[in-house]
Design a protein around this ligand. Structure first.
Ligand code: SRM
Ligand code: SF4
Length: 582
């Protein structure tokens, strides 16, 4: 159902592309067959996103190639969805093997608990997808205007709760996958996806997508499940969220949150990050129903004319959370209970060994930038491969770009520890608190939207700040620092106690004041700073924090209490009361 006022508005051109695509086929097959170029048509570039693929080019060599009148160095990024970040050793080994044939020979763990492989040539795409689907994973719907990889806490307090929550994450993820056979026809020679739960939709002459319809959603849609006290998934940053409520040691259900999102555009105050509203409580067997109906509400009420205003957060902002709850209950045909009490203590990961209720162990590893690579003495990629080959653990990719080795028997701990140490995977033991609390988005050289470096920059900034941290006695304090190469927010930088957002090459906006549990956005403190200016701006605040903080006070709270920035109380106040304008 598209509202009348929307129908009369001019639709964004992507709506036409989806409409004409015959359920995500477009001319992708023809584009793949064209060996004269490494690229595909611009319309197909929009459609392959739904198949988990982005066309990119190596921006490090772009200018040089232009000078020599060469085409851009085209390749593709494949994103492999991993609901809840839970991967088996077999799956890890498959992705590791593929990485050997991709650019950089690295595995990238993303902020949504997925794998990314960069630099895949067009001619290799089919092979990559088939290898991935052979181990029951897929790239389908990892991108595009549909529900993306469903996130779930990889750091649960109890193994039993985690299993129950993970089952629900898997169910939501499978239920919201597009049903078009385009994916299997284009990439799998018609073979059915092992991960798919096909809902009969008469895909013959009269095809329909049962939930999404011909034009899918107005924009991407994101779901996350948090298990308090950890908010490791940053539940308030997602379109739809579920906060697990545990009563008497059992999963009682979930608080439902709606309308979170991070992306914005520099200089356009109509765009802003927004934290989700908590609207109700749903029982475990109501959750998939709730997810389906919320997605349908966004399908019907989301803005299809302006993509910068098309995320669900703006639907919630414009119509109000009460409207969404009423519409949800109308579509469900029953009322939901009011939300229950919960408390978050932080949005980071657990590092090191944790014993679980079932007697097994987890080992949380810190992976800087989520980049698994062999470099000099640090043979992380090899180490992870050997760990996977040992079959002694499972893998949980975390929303902070780290990995938890899971389900380890007591007797195997020493062997895992030895591999972790030998291959330089033990940074979690020695890295400063700030380094362990960092997230940087990919940015250059692959991201086509990057305005400044991020993954290749943040570690050096942290190194530069470590002297100050040590002098101030803060070397072990977890101070959340996040950077992105543009304002799209892929590292959820507006939830960093320190946030850096690229403006132009070498210059960043500096944000301060987010809550440690992901419950408050930060605010712009200074604009367009160089590396040295960032260090100069932060040093005195870090020293003041060391001297003047109250017992247990977090850095973000301190910067608000001391008036460096005013607290952001709602997304639409994100741009208000700035010390300088962006
Ligand atoms: Fe993102 C676009 C990378 C998580 C908001 N994001 C992109 C693209 C695909 C650039 C593009 O469109 O051409 C980037 C590819 C870079 C590359 O070379 O790898 C990219 N996003 C990433 C990843 C890999 C960052 C990372 O270092 O981990 C994350 C992959 C997640 C995944 O596995 O699915 C990633 N992106 C996020 C998040 C965080 C999250 O989801 O929790 C956000 C903010 C939350 C949100 O959506 O509001 C995010 N990405 C965006 C946006 C802004 C959307 C908006 O509302 O305006 C874009 C641009 C767009 O969609 O037009 C974007
Ligand atoms: Fe690219 Fe911007 Fe996302 Fe970073 S935040 S990966 S620069 S789109």
């Amino acid at each position: 159902m598209i509202s009348d006022s929307q129908a009369s508005e001019k639709l964004h051109k992507n709506e036409g592309i989806k409409d004409r695509s015959a359920y995500l086929r477009g001319t992708i097959l023809e584009g793949l067959a064209d060996t004269a170029t490494g690229s595909i048509s611009s319309e197909d570039q929009q459609l392959t996103k739904f198949h988990g693929l982005y066309q990119q080019d190596d921006r490090d060599v772009r200018n040089d190639r232009r000078k020599h009148k060469l085409d851009k160095a085209y390749s593709f990024l494949a994103r492999i969805g991993v609901p809840g970040g839970v991967a088996t050793p077999e799956q890890w080994l498959a992705v590791d093997g593929l990485a050997n044939y991709c650019a950089f020979n690295t595995l990238k763990l993303t902020t949504r608990q997925a794998f990314q492989l960069h630099g895949i040539l067009k001619s290799n795409l089919k092979n990559v997808i088939q290898t991935v689907t052979d181990v029951s994973m897929s790239t389908l719907a990892a991108c595009g205007d549909v529900n993306r990889n469903t996130m779930s806490s990889p750091n649960p307090v109890s193994s039993e709760i985690h299993e129950d929550v993970q089952k629900i994450a898997d169910e939501i993820d499978a239920y919201l996958k597009p049903q078009s056979p385009a994916y299997s026809q284009i990439w799998l020679d018609g073979k059915q996806l092992a991960t798919a739960e096909p809902r009969s939709i008469g895909m013959g002459g009269d095809e329909v997508e049962p939930l999404y319809g011909k034009t899918y959603l107005p924009r991407k849609f994101k779901i996350a499940i948090a298990v308090p006290p950890q908010n490791d998934v940053d539940v308030f940053a997602h379109c739809l969220g579920f906060i697990a409520i545990v009563e008497d040691g059992k999963l009682a259900g979930f608080n439902v949150t709606v309308g979170g999102g991070m992306g914005m555009t520099h200089g356009n105050e109509k765009t802003f990050p927004r934290l989700a509203d908590v609207i109700a409580f749903a029982k475990p067997d109501q959750v998939v129903d709730v997810a389906e109906k919320i997605v349908a509400i966004q399908r019907d009420f989301g803005d299809r004319s302006e993509r910068a205003h098309a995320r669900f957060k703006y639907t919630v902002e414009d119509r109000g959370a009460d409207f969404i709850l009423k519409e949800l209950e109308k579509r469900l045909g029953y009322s939901l209970e009011p939300a229950k009490e919960y408390a978050f203590t932080g949005n980071g990961d657990h590092y090191g060994w944790t014993e679980r209720a079932d007697g097994k162990w987890n080992l949380g590893l810190f992976i800087e930038g989520g980049r698994i690579v062999d470099q000099g003495d640090k043979t992380m990629k090899t180490g992870m491969r050997l760990i996977a080959q040992s079959g002694q653990c499972g893998f949980r990719l975390t929303p902070n770009q780290n990995v938890v080795l899971s389900d380890i028997a007591e007797k195997d701990k020493d062997a895992i520890d030895a591999l972790v140490t030998e291959h330089g995977l033990d940074d979690y033991r020695t890295a400063s608190g700030m380094r362990r609390s960092q997230i940087a988005c990919v940015s250059l050289p692959t991201c086509g939207l990057a305005l400044a470096e991020s993954e290749r920059y943040l570690p050096s900034l942290v190194t530069a700040l470590e002297g100050t941290l040590e002098q101030a006695g803060l070397q072990n304090d977890e101070i959340i620092i996040r950077s992105t190469g543009c304002p799209n927010g892929c590292a959820r930088p507006y939830l960093g106690e320190i946030g850096l957002v690229g403006k132009v090459p070498g210059k960043y906006n500096l944000y301060l004041g987010a809550g440690f549990g992901g419950e408050r956005l930060n605010k712009l403190y200074r604009t367009s700073l160089t590396n040295n200016e960032i260090i100069e701006a932060l040093q005195p605040i870090l020293f003041a924090y060391a001297k003047e903080r109250e017992a247990g006070e977090r850095f973000g709270d301190f910067t608000v209490r001391k008036g460096y920035v005013q607290a952001t109380t709602a997304g639409n106040s994100f741009h208000a009361n700035l010390s300088e304008s962006a």
